[in-house]
Design a protein around this ligand. Sequence first.
Ligand code: FE2
Length: 240
Amino acid sequence: MLEKTFTEKTFTLEILYHIGTYENSIHFIFDHASKTCAIVDPAWNADLFIQKITDKGYTLTDIWITHWHNDHINAVDEIAEKTGAKITVGVNETRYLRLRHAVTTVDDNDTVTLGDTKATIINTPGHTAGGICYLLDGHLIAGDSLFVYGAGHCAMPGADASVLFHSMQKFKQIADEILLHCGHDYGSQITTTMADQKSGNPFLMIDNEDDFVRYRNHIHDGSRTYPMQPVSQQALDALL
Ligand SMILES: [Fe+2]
């Protein structure tokens, strides 16, 4: 199992990669002062995650969901059952999300708090109707809205490539030095800065909505292979 750790002033971000059938990345935020933990999109192995948090001497208090797809939430109910953790999800995602436990909803620009650590909610619909990202000090946890040199598909209920285009314009506003963390490790690098994405991720390099929709729905899947590499503007323009 691949693991990465980033230590910041108020929190440590730990990531487990390639978890479960769809190889999800599972993000843990450990708040130093309160010794509490938030887990983002827990799926596939509730006991492994709870044990990891307990072993560090932390208490799991929060489950932060980016979007409703099963490979991101299939351990949420079990973890909520076993820990009593509070579940947070985007307000526009609730009609798609099927959980036994109650959820708290958040909207664009809201802040969620874990001890001394704060995350700003960014609504990034398109891959799903109510998908959100969590922006922490220095780190963006993006779920499947943005991948390293890629972006989420628009093939399931609630998805809309036109809407995703507008979310991409929001990603372009995020500071260059912020590190991007995704729901799956699909890229040629496991972690990059937003600056790397702005200059090499085709979904951030198309300025016209119609071209973007065509690219997302008809051109992209047949023109790229995993792991996703950066593209040049010239190569991208030739495809459009
Ligand atoms: Fe997804």
